[in-house]
Structures are given as structure tokens and as C-alpha cells.
Design a protein around this ligand. Structure first.
Ligand code: CO
Length: 132
């Protein structure tokens, strides 16, 4: 795995969160993108070599809506950049991790992604992220 590519943060009100993080990070979001397959609207901030991804539910069944119901707003996942996502999925499976996605899928910001199940990674939702 390479650097932390981004940290995903679940938010209830995207406009309010964009205003808050714009002040905190002293920069404006560079992109808003809906990922319908995940039930989220994302908003991205560039922070040095990393990014912050705000995640807002597009519907009540969205994983983000369920996450906020259970745990409230806050850090949702950590994404690591990888060069070869298929090889990394295989390596992690061989190490005994449970993958939510056994094959990469299209994620936000032009990436191919796969999530690990947090039950196998110490309660932290981990995303692998490769350039498409
Ligand atoms: Co992400």
C-alpha cells in the first residue's frame, strides 16, 4: 500500500459540512460527485498530498445514512492508494482479511476501489483505491 489517498467523513448536511471544512482546511472543495451505486454524494477537498472526502447519503437506505444512525457524523473510512488493486485484494485475502468487494468497482473521483470489511480490520473501514 502507498500513501493515504483520502479520509472519508460521513456528514448529515453537505452544504453545512462544505462550509465547515472550507474554513477548517482554508480551501474550497474541488468537486462534488454522486456515486449512485453507493448511495452517496461526495465532496472532495485537496489537502497536501491527500484528500478529504465528505460523504452524504442520497437516500434513507444509503450505507452512509445507516452509519450516521448508528455512530453519528464523523470519520467513516480510510482509503489507501495502491498500484495494482487486483494483486492487493488477493494479498489481503491470503492474509485472512474479508473483502466487501472481491473485484474492483468504479468509485468517485475516477478511481477503482474495493472495501475491506471492518470486522476483519479492527473496526476500521478500509478502502483500496487505484487510478482507473
Ligand atoms: Co472513499
Amino acid at each position: 500500500m502507498n500513501k493515504i489517498e483520502h479520509i472519508g467523513i460521513a456528514v448529515k448536511d453537505l452544504d453545512a459540512a462544505e462550509a465547515l471544512y472550507s474554513k477548517l482546511l482554508n480551501t474550497q472543495p474541488y468537486k462534488r460527485e454522486v456515486v449512485e451505486s453507493e448511495g452517496v454524494t461526495t465532496s472532495f477537498f485537496a489537502t497536501g498530498p491527500n484528500k478529504i472526502e465528505l460523504l452524504h447519503a442520497t437516500n434513507a437506505d444509503s450505507p452512509i445514512a445507516k452509519f450516521i444512525d448508528k455512530r453519528g457524523e464523523g470519520i467513516h473510512h480510510i482509503a489507501f492508494a495502491v498500484d495494482d488493486i487486483e494483486a492487493e485484494i488477493k494479498r489481503l485475502q491470503d492474509e485472512g482479511f474479508t473483502l466487501i468487494h472481491q473485484t474492483p468497482k468504479a468509485g468517485a473521483d475516477g478511481k477503482r476501489i474495493a472495501f475491506l470489511h471492518p470486522k476483519s480490520s479492527g473496526g476500521v473501514l478500509v478502502e483500496l483505491c487505484a487510478d482507473a
